[in-house]
Design a protein around this ligand. Structure first.
Ligand SMILES: Nc1ncnc2c1ncn2[C@@H]1O[C@H](COP(=O)(O)OP(=O)(O)O)[C@@H](O)[C@H]1O
Ligand SMILES: [Mg+2]
Length: 273
């Protein structure tokens, strides 16, 4: 098993007292599997990803990567966030090379590896560009190339396409499906977009509203590549949405979930309804 998540509970201390973000999460992820975590805002998706990444510690329970308990971040797990978190003063090429330097890859190999992954995300012609010249979608591609260049076993993606327009997002769905088919990385992908989860995932893990619990796991057997507008995807998304609806409403009315998060949660509903 690539990832074993066992009884992971996370409680935060806030000014309103203790807040349970995750409650006894159990989940196994197979090597090479693409798993989507889907749920309303505030249900603990980012918290779980941070715990898998080793950026945060569970209050109870544990995460194992290939049998080894996670206690800190490591090169075997790389996180990709909604905002690409690139170095604005470095070129596209140097952004991708940066991480390779950190993990001790020799200089000539760094060039070759960086080129390979920039090609994979269709940015070969932009390697000398600076980050501020890029569109949002291109920045996310650089972030994906940088993550892949470090050759992690597990990619952790936290709503990576959440800030992009629909056309760009669809394009990146296509690219990510191709990349995953070519590299067979294990991917844990967080989203609150039901269709996105169905397009990408081998399995879609549906979370309940806070405190986050696993409500249901859907296996997505549709052939790839999948298109977000296809009947099969839309039908399945509708079925999953039915499962999610009451939790979206609960999260909109949860006083501990901020107004902005509530609006975001409502968008989950808008996606399919
Ligand atoms: N560092 C923190 N301190 C206190 N509360 C937090 C912290 N991080 C997250 N939370 C709370 O935990 C809950 C889950 O948050 P999060 O994992 O970001 O949800 P999601 O990513 O599903 O929207 C929310 O109610 C959030 O406000
Ligand atoms: Mg989040």
């Amino acid at each position: 098993m690539k990832l074993e998540i066992r009884g992971v509970t996370k409680t935060f201390q806030s000014k309103n007292g203790a807040l349970t973000a995750l409650d006894a999460i159990d989940l196994d992820v197979q090597p090479g599997e693409f798993v989507c975590l889907l749920g309303p805002s505030g249900c603990g998706k980012s918290t779980l990803l941070n715990i898998i990444a080793g950026l945060d510690a569970p209050t109870r329970g544990q995460v194992r990567v290939e049998g080894k308990i996670v206690t800190r971040p490591g090169p075997d797990r790389v996180m990709i966030f909604q905002s690409a978190a690139l170095f604005p003063w470095l070129s596209v090429f140097d952004n991708v090379k940066f991480g390779l330097n950190m993990i001790g890859v020799p200089k000539p190999a760094r060039q070759v590896i960086a080129r390979k992954y920039l090609q994979m995300v269709h940015l070969a012609d932009f390697e000398r560009a600076s980050v501020h010249e890029l569109s949002g979608g291109m920045k996310q591609r650089v972030a994906i190339a940088r993550a892949l260049a470090a050759d992690p076993d597990v990619l952790l993606m936290d709503e990576p396409f959440g800030a992009l327009d629909a056309q760009t997002r669809d394009l990146l769905h296509d690219e990510l499906q191709t990349i995953w088919t070519e590299t067979r990385k294990t991917i844990v992908f967080v989203t609150h977009n039901v269709r996105e989860a169905v397009v990408l995932g081998d399995r879609v893990v549906v979370f309940s509203a806070r405190p986050g619990r696993i409500k249901k796991i859907f296996t997505i057997d549709l052939p790839r590549p999948r298109q977000i507008e296809s009947y099969a995807v839309v039908d399945l998304a509708r079925e999953i949405m039915a499962e999610l609806k009451e939790d979206v409403l609960a999260s909109v009315h949860d006083p501990q979930v901020s107004w902005l998060q509530g609006m975001e949660a409502q968008r989950v509903g808008d996606d399919v309804l």
